[in-house]
Write a protein that binds this ligand. Structure first.
Ligand code: ADP
Ligand code: MG
Length: 338
């Protein structure tokens, strides 16, 4: 008798969700990244009880065609890539076609969307792996994803959630990272109907001030260096601003927040001469390089990347920061000796 059988789609989705959607903040990241991929210039985020009870994101992006609405909730369905070649030069935040399907498999999810040319919006509801028929709805051009009772059907996962205030803190961190990477997009964040922040479209340094505080921008240096088509720009804290905590360290590769040992190592090396080992520098750094030189498909959450030329990345980061820090060091020494 055969003992091997294919798993039902719903269970496959829940297993996939286990890899990516550990807590409300992960669901929020997937949903906001979709809004950014849809070229939204305004993203409104409403959370209830740390996103556990409800998480609603509305954008003014491209929207989804009526016929595509059910597909958006299906696994491995994406508008972002079609071929391996596309995958190798992907510039969008998403490409795996798993985000919405995963979230829908562990929550009650309503998707409402309208393209600019559609006469009305289209709405679909998903619960326990079942999709409702689509129906017309009222909505401005753009998309709303409404996620209610995350993990209601996966008690083991629900059990690992922390308090609403801790889950909210994780959600806030996610929104802050995405907002830093996209200063030209307006963001609004509310928690339990209370306004947390309203960010208009602004310059990078204005956005840094809004997220990291005026103390940081006032005590930071501008970095901007391009070598062989690879650019590093951003703001780095002067050695005097060092705080001893890592929460003010942001590395973005092609606008994606990542944790990267190579870049971090180069940063530390550059600060080595000007900062005591026990102190931690604050920085917001953007590395921009050809998408073919970086692989974001290392892990489903995409917070790790692989560089084709990691040596060149290290050199650029070290050189750019070293130059910038040496220049301030020299001016400081000059002003002291004067
Ligand atoms: P991926 O982002 O990897 O393509 P998702 O499951 O997150 O996978 O989304 C599936 C598809 O649904 C996307 O490829 C996109 O076409 C559409 N979609 C999802 N969210 C939005 C949105 N906010 N605006 C426009 N289209 C969206
Ligand atoms: Mg996505």
């Amino acid at each position: 008798m055969s003992q091997i059988h294919l798993l039902p789609d719903h269970l496959i989705n829940q297993i996939a969700a286990g890899e990516v959607i550990e807590r409300p903040a992960n669901a929020l990241k997937e949903i906001i990244e979709n809004s950014l991929d849809a070229d939204a210039s305004y993203i409104d985020i409403q959370l209830e009880a740390g996103g556990i009870k409800r998480l609603t994101v509305t954008d003014n992006g491209q929207g989804i065609n009526e016929t595509d609405v059910p597909l958006a909730l299906q696994r491995h369905a994406t508008s972002k890539i079609s071929t391996l070649d596309d995958l190798e030069k992907v510039v969008s935040m998403g490409f795996r076609g798993e985000g919405l399907a995963s979230i829908a498999s562990v929550s009650r999810l309503t998707l409402t969307s309208r393209t600019a040319i559609a006469a009305h919006a289209t709405q679909i509801f998903a619960e326990d792996g079942k999709l409702s028929p689509v129906k017309p709805a009222a909505h401005a051009p753009g998309t709303t994803v409404d996620v209610v009772e995350l993990f209601f059907n996966t008690p083991a996962r629900r059990q690992f959630l922390k308090s609403p205030s801790t889950e909210f803190a994780h959600c806030r961190t996610i929104v802050e990272r995405l907002a830093l990477a996209h200063p030209n997009v307006a963001f609004e964040l509310q928690h339990n109907s209370k306004n947390i922040f309203t960010l208009p479209a602004q310059s990078l340094s204005e956005r840094c001030t809004a997220i990291m505080g005026v103390d940081f921008t006032a005590a930071s240096l501008n970095v901007d260096e391009t070598i062989n088509g690879m650019r590093l720009n951003g703001l780095i804290g002067k050695p005097t601003f060092a705080q001893g905590k890592t929460s003010q360290q942001y590395i973005f590769v092609n606008q994606r927040f990542v944790r990267d040992k190579i870049i971090l190592h180069a940063v530390k090396q550059a600060y080595n001469d000007v900062l005591h080992q026990a102190l931690t520098p604050a920085f917001v750094l953007f590395l921009t390089l050809s998408p073919t030189d970086v692989d974001a498909n290392v892990h489903p959450t995409k917070t790790e990347v692989r560089f084709r030329q990691s040596q060149a990345v290290h050199q650029l980061v070290f050189h750019a920061l070293n130059k910038c820090l040496a220049a301030t060091n020299a001016t400081q020494t000059e002003s002291i000796s004067q």
